[in-house]
Design a protein around this ligand. Structure first.
Ligand code: C2O
Ligand code: CU
Ligand code: CU
Length: 517
């Protein structure tokens, strides 16, 4: 594949125009998405406590594995005080239960589908054999339902996956370092509405390296799933699906082509929550689980300045901590940080703000420094060993262009000008070999690669950005930019995906398959 200079320039030109347009709408600067407004009065901020998703207990364990059973079902939750919101939830909760595993110890998760729609489960960031990775046509049909058709962009018609009726066992060997992973729905054409309805949860991995570090732990190690939603008058989730039954026609109304953003910010499923903290260090595992919204996260500064100490990214700990005043988080990305609340006087209210939001979406949650407390944690100068991928000698270079395009005769999103086709392999990388992938975009596209993590080696010909350190599996590619990543697939041969993690873009065909060989 080659991209001519002229082709690249025209891509840049198109990007610049489109960014200008996006900036005119409600979306505000820094977003490729459209704002959906709730028809209920927005709840007051900082009134509800931060929920912490329950840690799931294995149903049983043996010498090699822990076995979990999750039921995907509908439930009615009180997300906004005084309103009842029907959701799709793993075990009927939103977020789903947190699974906590040891590196190298297999987790076998059986998902039973009691929802009215087919589902697919993907462990995002998992180093997973292909048959368990949640290929989008490997549908699990509802218990007792009919194995029916599924929505199609047209190009998909030929492909049926490895489907199941009622339930499916997903086997995760987890031969990978400690990291903050998450699991979520990945159903062909309907991932965005199904995640919006609630199908997302954390899966954390610990290992010897992470255990050996004096980082905050236990009650001071907290996952934060940040996402945005909008609500109908009756409290139900508002979403501009073309087919609200999520049975046949995929996609969203034309006005929301760029992606759907809500006006209510949820953390762990609660609107603008509050967390009372000790005046001590905390470890936060921040996940942007939004469909399309990007965040520019900042903390009200401590008297001596500064905000976050970043210790990890998508796929594990960094080599060394990095002080960050602002975390730019695109959908799918994770940032692990330590915040030292001892730097604030007791009684201080510390707001986590979003500089890429406006009005209601400019705030995320609040911490209240409640009391003095002892703290034996520290942030060590070195964290984990990270082998730099030897990319200068890479022989295979591939280019992936993420841009608007025509999908089955309609406006959609494409990679290298083509709509997703689960039966077409667009690359055949060799296991064990380092490749350089250049990701070009027109607008903002958070690009996610399955199977193996990657290292960012540069942006638009320069060096990596300040948030690009460590092992990544999702990278925010900004308008008219290109990002070079070094990747080495290993472990499992088979079919995997790369796609935009703006879930509306993903559903509207911005996805490609490759076969690791
Ligand atoms: Cu988080 Cu292919 O997805
Ligand atoms: Cu993934
Ligand atoms: Cu995109």
């Amino acid at each position: 594949m080659s991209l001519s200079r002229r082709g690249f320039l025209s891509l840049v030109g198109a990007g610049a125009v489109a960014v200008g347009l996006a900036g005119c709408g409600d979306a505000g600067a820094g977003q490729t998405a459209d704002l959906l407004r709730s028809s209920i009065p927005l709840p007051p901020r900082f009134r509800v406590p931060l929920p912490i998703p329950a840690v799931k207990k294995p149903t049983r364990s043996d010498g090699q594995a822990d076995y979990y059973d999750i039921v995907q079902r509908q439930a009615v939750l009180e997300i906004v005080p005084g309103y009842r919101t029907p959701i799709f939830g793993y075990d009927g909760t939103f977020p789903g239960p947190t699974i906590r595993s040891r590196s190298g110890r297999t987790a076998v998760v059986t998902h039973r589908n009691e929802l009215p729609v087919p589902t697919v489960v993907h462990l995002h960031g998992g180093h997973t054999p292909p048959e368990h990775d949640g290929y989008p046509v490997d549908l699990v049909y509802p218990v007792g339902g009919q194995a029916g058709g599924h929505g199609q962009h047209g190009q998909h018609a030929a492909m049926t996956g490895d489907t199941r009726q009622g339930s499916r066992e997903y086997v995760y060997p987890l031969a990978q370092p400690a990291a903050t992973l998450w699991y979520h729905d990945h159903r062909m054409d309907f991932t965005a509405p199904q995640v919006w309805r609630g199908l997302a949860g954390f899966h954390l991995i610990d290992d010897e390296v992470s255990d050996g570090l004096p980082l905050p732990h236990g009650e001071r190690d907290i996952p934060l799933m940040i996402c945005d939603r909008a609500f109908n008058e009756d409290g139900s989730l508002l979403y501009p699906a073309l087919d609200p039954s999520l049975q046949t026609t995929p996609g969203v109304q034309d006005d929301y082509m760029e992606g759907v953003m809500g006006d209510v910010i949820l953390v762990n499923g609660a609107p603008w929550p509050t967390l009372e903290v000790d005046a001590a260090r905390y470890r936060f595992r921040i996940l942007n689980a939004s469909n399309a919204r990007r965040y520019g996260l900042v903390l009200d500064a401590a008297p001596d300045g500064g905000g976050f100490v970043q210790i990890g990214s998508d796929a594990g700990l960094l080599a060394a901590p990095v002080t960050q005043d602002r975390l730019d988080a695109a959908p799918g990305e994770r940032f692990e940080v330590v915040v030292d609340f001892a730097r604030y006087p007791v009684g201080t209210e510390v707001v986590l703000r979003n500089q890429l939001g406006a009005g209601s979406t400019a705030e995320v949650m609040r911490f209240v420094v409640a009391r003095k407390a002892s703290d034996d944690s520290t942030v060590p100068r070195t964290l984990a060993e990270i082998e730099p991928l030897p990319h200068t000698t890479a022989r295979v270079h591939r280019e992936w262009r993420f841009s608007r395009g025509i999908v089955n005769g309609h406006r959609g999103w494409t990679i290298n000008g083509r709509a997703f086709d689960p039966g077409r392999m667009d690359a055949r990388p060799k296991l064990g070999e380092v490749e350089i992938w250049r990701l070009f975009t027109d607008l903002h596209h958070p690009v996610h690669i399955h199977l193996s993590p990657f290292q960012v080696i540069g942006r638009s010909g320069g060096g990596p950005g300040r948030l690009d350190a460590g092992w990544k599996d999702t990278v925010d590619v900004r308008p008219a930019e290109f990002v070079d990543v070094a990747v080495r697939f290993d472990g499992y041969a088979g079919k995997y995906l790369l796609h935009c993690h703006n879930l509306e873009h993903e559903d509207m065909a911005m996805m490609a398959a490759f076969e690791a060989v």
